[in-house]
Design a protein around this ligand. Structure first.
Ligand code: MRU
Length: 375
C-alpha cells in the first residue's frame, strides 16, 4: 500500500473551475485526490464519505455549485434569462442538500447561496452572468471564512476550557488532558478544525498536556483521521477504544472534553457523531467539563430541541464488515445511527467563532445569540 504524505491535511483543494477532494476513505494509508466535476459528483462523494465532517460538507457543496456554474454553464452564458439561471441554481441547491441529512452546514451553505442568488437577480441590470458571478464569489468565500472561524473558535475554546478546568481544580501545572471524539480537524473543515482546533490552540499556547482520541466506531474517524492529524502535528496523544472513555475518566486522566457538532438546536441540544451522548453522560458523572465547538454555520435555531433532529442511518456493512471483510456473525440484525444527541443540560459550554453561546437557568440561548449577531 502506498505511504501517506503526512504534509497533506487538506480535505478540499479548489481553484476557479477545479475542485478536488482528499479521499478520506483511504486515510491514513493513501493520499488520493478525486476530481469533483459537478454537483452530482459532489452529492455522491458526500454521501459516500469521500469528504465528511459538517463544515467540510458545507464548503464542498458550495464549491461544487461554483464549479458547475463555471464549467458547465459558461459562468452564466448557458442561460437565456435571469429567471432561468435562478431556477437552475435553486433546484440544484435543493438537490445537494439531500445527500446527508444531519449536518446542517450543507443546508446553511445552500440557503445562503439561494439568498445571494435572489439578491443578485433582483439587482438593477441583473443578467444571468451577474447572478452566476455572485454565486461563484459567495461559494469561494466559504473556504477562507471557515478557516478564519476555526482559528477564532480555537482561541475562544482554549480560554473556556482552561477557565472551566481551573474552576474545578483540574489540570497538570496549568496544562490540560483533553478528550475528543470523531474527527473535527483540518480534514473535517476547510482547515485547522473545530474541537481539534481548540486542542491545537491549547498546544500552541503551551497549555496541552495530552490529547486523547476515541477510535469512533464504526467508521473509525478517530483512529484513522484524528490520530493521523495528531501525529502529523506532533501533539502528545493517545488513541482509546470508545468503550474505554469512562475508565479513562475514572482514573482521573481527563480534565476536559471537547467535541464538534453536526447540528446545535435552539436549546443547545447537539447532534454529533454516535457516542457523543454517552461521552456527555460519562463526563457529567465524573464532573468533567464537556464542551461543544461549532461554527455558527452549525447552529439551527429553527428546531426547538434535539428530538426534532433527523439522524442519518448508515449501511449495516459499516458495522458488520471491516475493510470489506465480514467480522460479525451472519444473520445478526444491525442498528447503525451515524449520530446521537448530547442534551444541552450536560454541556458546559458551546464555543463558536463569535464567542460562547449564553445560557440562562442552564438552557442555551441559541436564538437570541444569533439574533444579536444578525445571523
Ligand atoms: O459522519 P461524519 O464523519 O461526517 O461525522 C462527523 C462528525 O460527527 C463531526 O464530529 C462533526 O461533523 C463536526 S466536524 C468539525
Amino acid at each position: 500500500m502506498a505511504s501517506c504524505d503526512v504534509s497533506k491535511l487538506q480535505a478540499i483543494r479548489y481553484e476557479r473551475g477545479s475542485l478536488q477532494l482528499l479521499d478520506q476513505r483511504l486515510l491514513p494509508f493513501q493520499t488520493v485526490y478525486l476530481e469533483v466535476p459537478d454537483v452530482k459528483a459532489a452529492w455522491t462523494q458526500i454521501r459516500d464519505m469521500v469528504v465528511r465532517g459538517a463544515p467540510a460538507i458545507g464548503v464542498t457543496g458550495a464549491l461544487s455549485m461554483a464549479v458547475e456554474l463555471t464549467n458547465h454553464k459558461g459562468s452564466g452564458e448557458a442561460f437565456k434569462t435571469v429567471a432561468q439561471a435562478v431556477e437552475f441554481i435553486e433546484t440544484t441547491l435543493d438537490f445537494l442538500v439531500t445527500s446527508r441529512p444531519t449536518a446542517v452546514n450543507l443546508a446553511d451553505s445552500c440557503n445562503k447561496l439561494k439568498a445571494v442568488t435572489e439578491a443578485a437577480a433582483g439587482a438593477e441590470g441583473a443578467t444571468p452572468y451577474t447572478v452566476c458571478a455572485a454565486v461563484i464569489a459567495a461559494a469561494e468565500a466559504t473556504l477562507a471564512e471557515d478557516i478564519a472561524a476555526n482559528r477564532s473558535m480555537g482561541a475562544h475554546g482554549a480560554a473556556a476550557l482552561l477557565a472551566a478546568a481551573k474552576a474545578r481544580g483540574r489540570g497538570v501545572n496549568g496544562r490540560l488532558r483533553v478528550l475528543t471524539h470523531c474527527n473535527t480537524g483540518s480534514l473535517a473543515t476547510a482547515g485547522y478544525g473545530t474541537a481539534l482546533g481548540v486542542i491545537r490552540a491549547l498546544h500552541e499556547q503551551g497549555h496541552l498536556e495530552h490529547a486523547f482520541c476515541t477510535e469512533t466506531r464504526p467508521y473509525n474517524q478517530g483512529a484513522r483521521l484524528t490520530a493521523f492529524e495528531l501525529q502529523h502535528d506532533g501533539l502528545p496523544s493517545t488513541l482509546i477504544c470508545d468503550s474505554a472513555v469512562a475508565a479513562l475518566m475514572s482514573h482521573g486522566q481527563v480534565d476536559a472534553v471537547v467535541v464538534g457538532a453536526d447540528r446545535v438546536v435552539a436549546n443547545g441540544d447537539t447532534a454529533n457523531k454516535i457516542g457523543t451522548n454517552a461521552l456527555s453522560i460519562a463526563a457529567g458523572h465524573f464532573g468533567i467539563p464537556f464542551f461543544i465547538a461549532a461554527p455558527t454555520t452549525t447552529l439551527d435555531p429553527n428546531l426547538p430541541s434535539g428530538d426534532h433532529i433527523v439522524i442519518e442511518q448508515r449501511s449495516h456493512e459499516e458495522v458488520t464488515h471491516f475493510r470489506g471483510e465480514r467480522v460479525a456473525a451472519h444473520g445478526i440484525g444491525v442498528w447503525n445511527p451515524s449520530f446521537d444527541v448530547a442534551p444541552g443540560g450536560l454541556i458546559e459550554g458551546i464555543i463558536t467563532e463569535k464567542g460562547m453561546i449564553p445560557k440562562r437557568d442552564g438552557v442555551f440561548l441559541v436564538r437570541s445569540f444569533m439574533a444579536k449577531l444578525g445571523l
